[in-house]
Write a protein that binds this ligand. Structure first.
Ligand SMILES: [Fe+2]
Ligand SMILES: [Fe+2]
Length: 137
């Protein structure tokens, strides 16, 4: 069974963003699958890179969208996205330098998903759509 399931309460109501969030969960699950089945170094590396690349694309697309709709949360989102990019990079360097300890990376990524990405989607992304600037008179 997949470790992270997308649930309706994560929905922002925006098709592009919801689709990308589902994809991020899917890519994270692929990494956990590869880790669980003790796949080779290359498979693990690829699945982690895929998650990281799609996270970058997603954050970029989201920021553009919040800019277009005039969300008051754009600046907060940029800051949080920047922090999360750095955290993911730190997890990558953990496994690049410590490949023998895949389980540590697995744990670090699980914690990141549970305490950073999913709460960000649930609290901040959903709010960013709700919290728009008043249109000018
Ligand atoms: Fe998001
Ligand atoms: Fe976001």
């Amino acid at each position: 069974m997949a470790r992270f399931e997308w649930k309706e309460d994560l929905a922002t109501g925006n098709e592009l963003v919801d689709g990308q969030h589902k994809q991020l969960l899917e890519f994270a699950n692929r990494f956990f699958e590869a880790s669980h089945h003790a796949k080779g170094k290359l498979a693990l590396k690829r699945s982690f890179e895929l998650l990281e690349q799609h996270t970058q694309v997603h954050f970029h697309d989201e920021e553009q969208l919040y800019c277009q709709i005039g969300s008051r949360r754009l600046d907060d989102q940029r800051i949080e996205h920047g922090r999360m990019r750095s955290e993911l990079k730190a997890i990558r360097s953990l496994w690049v330098s410590n490949f023998g300890f895949v389980k540590e990376v697995d744990r670090a990524l699980t914690t990141w998903m549970e305490t950073r990405l999913l709460p960000h989607i649930f609290e901040h992304d959903r709010q960013a759509f709700a919290d728009r600037r008043e249109p000018p008179d």
